[in-house]
Design a protein around this ligand. Structure first.
Ligand code: DGT
Ligand code: CA
Ligand code: CA
Length: 582
């Protein structure tokens, strides 16, 4: 399905047109087109094949022809043309929170800024506020924005890196001679951001694998190319490394390049204590043969074999951080981590009643097609005007529609919910009688992020005390690389959630992943039930569940820790336990 790739390209076209100060209507046409394509429930290729593109809202002749071109050729000549005429620094500056196109162009033209380092220098020297009509505040915001970018450390969010890596792996797997291919590194460990993408491959013709890797679509620059390894920079700016190894050593190489480094160091120590040697080439034992001392390989083909040779049970990649997993593996006490297939329904989804793109009917169909047996609809509450929050009348109408749909749906249920705003004093932004009519109530902070730690903690605890508040959404409010978590005492939140029987969410959107994996472990230890919700606004985001699962696994969570591994009936009964205890 090419929907996302096309949406990304339309957004980039809009960005560049904006940088050039083009007509707003044209710019908005591309943005609207991007949202339409992204929100489409089926592959855009199908609509193109049927000649039905022009029937889509906001897709005129012009955009339709660009979609057709991309479907046919995998490229968009108009975008290539725009790109070639745009200094890359301009697009880079747009990634800084708070820098718009006008500012970016001025900084480039009037200060000659051509890299982010130069931009930082200019801000520190106060050369930005010295420009006519440029405010000191702008300069301050640019410095803050740059800080955010560098704190993400030039690292790439997993939501960008994973799809890219999977595509590279799939391309390699298609080559004759390739026996195995896999992503390794921090990506395989499901860290929320990755420094680079590490790919491993076993092939009988390494040269062909290397050539395919360096010539694949999306490569901006080849950094290095040897007979068994290569490094490239992709157009998004992320680096990808490929290593080609022997099939006999694929498991040990995979373990080595998955890391973490700290985990690897511990494994090597264990090998040495057992009189063996561990490297990316295998586990070796010294043996005395007729012709003197030599080494024999005792493991290497699979990771399982490697761990077994070290006297350990297999350690899932997500927890290889030297955070107790080695001790647990040695004692046979590793948790059995939750899996994607354990998930029976999604708990966080916005429809076109508030700021989502899909209708209730479309959401039900898509969730059912994923094999779910329920989906909780959680549109925003009345006070959240920016997200088109539902008035009581509209919520009541939505509940009626859900009832009618449920009569028709077999083996699947839409649950009535809401993502209710927690007001500054901790009260919920919804009438009691409406709260009581909902199946499951999500509560969340969407405003007044800058409260003092104590006040913020009291605000959320007050919300958790409400007998109809069932799940706390994205509990720290951070947006990776954009906005820090607000000040809040999470230990107190966990204690309150456990005491009141309120679940806490792992928001599976790759920009949030909040609870993060560290907090997952603390929450579970405090006895808190965890819910995983995708916060879907356009249907393809239902796929983001995989990031929620990755985070839960990094947080050592099992099926039993997760609310939505339960059946619909069980979820309702767990929810009701809190409400009826009060
Ligand atoms: P990243 O890319 O910064 O998000 O983190 P990683 O963990 O992917 O690190 P990377 O790409 O530098 O290296 C990939 C793996 O290779 C790493 O997780 C473990 C292994 N590795 C790299 N350098 C060393 C090393 O000096 N010693 C050991 N034991 N392992 C290493
Ligand atoms: Ca890496
Ligand atoms: Ca690397």
């Amino acid at each position: 399905m090419k929907n996302e790739e096309i949406a990304k390209r339309f957004d980039e076209i809009a960005d560049i047109l904006e940088l050039r100060g083009e007509n707003v209507f044209r710019i908005n046409a591309y943005r609207r087109g991007a949202r339409t394509v992204e929100g489409l429930a089926r592959p855009i290729e199908d609509a193109a094949a049927e000649g039905a593109l022009a029937e889509l809202p906001g897709i005129g002749k012009d955009l339709a022809s660009k979609i057709e071109e991309f479907v046919e050729k995998g490229s968009m000549s108009y975008l290539e043309e725009l790109r070639s005429g745009t200094p890359p620094i301009l697009l880079e500056m747009l990634r800084i929170p708070g820098v718009g196109p006008k500012t970016a162009v001025r900084l480039h033209e009037e200060l000659g800024v051509s890299s982010l380092d130069e931009l930082r220098r200019a801000a520190l020297d106060h050369r930005i506020q010295a420009l006519p009509k440029m405010k000191a505040k702008t300069e301050e915001n640019i410095l803050k924005g740059l800080d955010f970018l560098s704190r993400a450390g030039g690292r790439t969010p997993i939501g960008v890196a994973l799809p890219l890596a999977l595509r590279v792996v799939a391309e390699l797997e298609k080559l004759p001679g390739v026996k195995r291919a896999a992503a390794a590194g921090s990506l395989r460990r499901f860290r929320e951001t990755v420094g680079d993408i590490d790919i491993l491959c076993a092939s009988s013709s390494p040269a062909a694998a290397i050539a395919a890797f360096t010539h694949q679509d999306g490569v901006a620059r080849v950094l290095a190319e040897g007979s068994t390894k290569a490094s490239v920079v992709m157009r998004d700016g992320i680096q990808a490394d490929l290593r080609v190894v022997d099939e006999e050593a694929f498991g040990s190489a995979l373990a080595y390049f998955t890391g973490s480094k700290e985990h690897n160091i511990r494994l090597r120590e264990i090998a040495i204590k057992r009189g063996m040697k561990l490297s990316e080439y295998g586990v070796f034992k010294a043996a005395r043969g007729k012709d003197g001392a030599k080494e024999i390989r005792v493991a290497g083909r699979t990771e399982e074999e490697v761990y077994k040779a070290l006297g350990l049970s297999f350690i899932p990649p997500e927890i290889r951080e030297d955070a107790g997993e080695i001790e647990a593996a040695r004692a046979g006490k590793l948790p059995s981590l939750v899996e994607l297939s354990d998930i029976r329904g999604d708990l966080h989804c916005h429809s076109d009643y508030s700021d989502g793109a899909a209708t209730l009917t479309e959401i039900a169909a898509a969730a059912k097609a994923r094999g779910y047996s329920y989906m909780l609809i959680t549109d925003h509450s009345q006070g959240l005007h920016v997200a088109n929050g539902l008035s009581p009348q509209r919520l009541i109408r939505q509940m009626g529609e859900i009832d009618r749909l449920n009569e028709k749906l077999k083996g699947f249920r839409l649950l009535k919910g809401s993502e209710v705003d927690i007001l500054p004093d901790g009260a919920l932004d919804m009438r009691e009688d409406l709260l009581e009519r909902l199946d499951v109530v999500y509560v969340a902070i969407h405003s007044n992020f800058k409260m003092k730690r104590d006040a913020m903690t009291r605000r959320v605890v007050a919300a958790l005390e409400h007998p109809r508040a069932h799940i706390l959404a994205h509990p720290t409010g951070r947006l990776i690389g954009v906005r820090d978590a607000y000040e809040i005492d999470m230990a107190e939140i966990f204690a309150a959630a456990a005491r009141t029987g309120t679940a806490i969410e792992i928001n599976a959107h790759p920009a949030r992943l909040d609870l993060d994996s560290g907090n997952c472990r603390l929450a579970a230890d405090a006895g808190v039930m965890i819910a995983i919700g995708t916060d879907t606004h356009v249907l393809p985001e239902l796929e983001n569940m995989v990031y929620g699962i990755g985070t839960a696994r990094r947080g050592w969570l099992s099926k039993g820790n997760i609310l939505n591994t339960r059946t619909c009936k069980q979820v309702i009964s767990i929810i009701n336990k809190k409400s009826s205890a009060a």
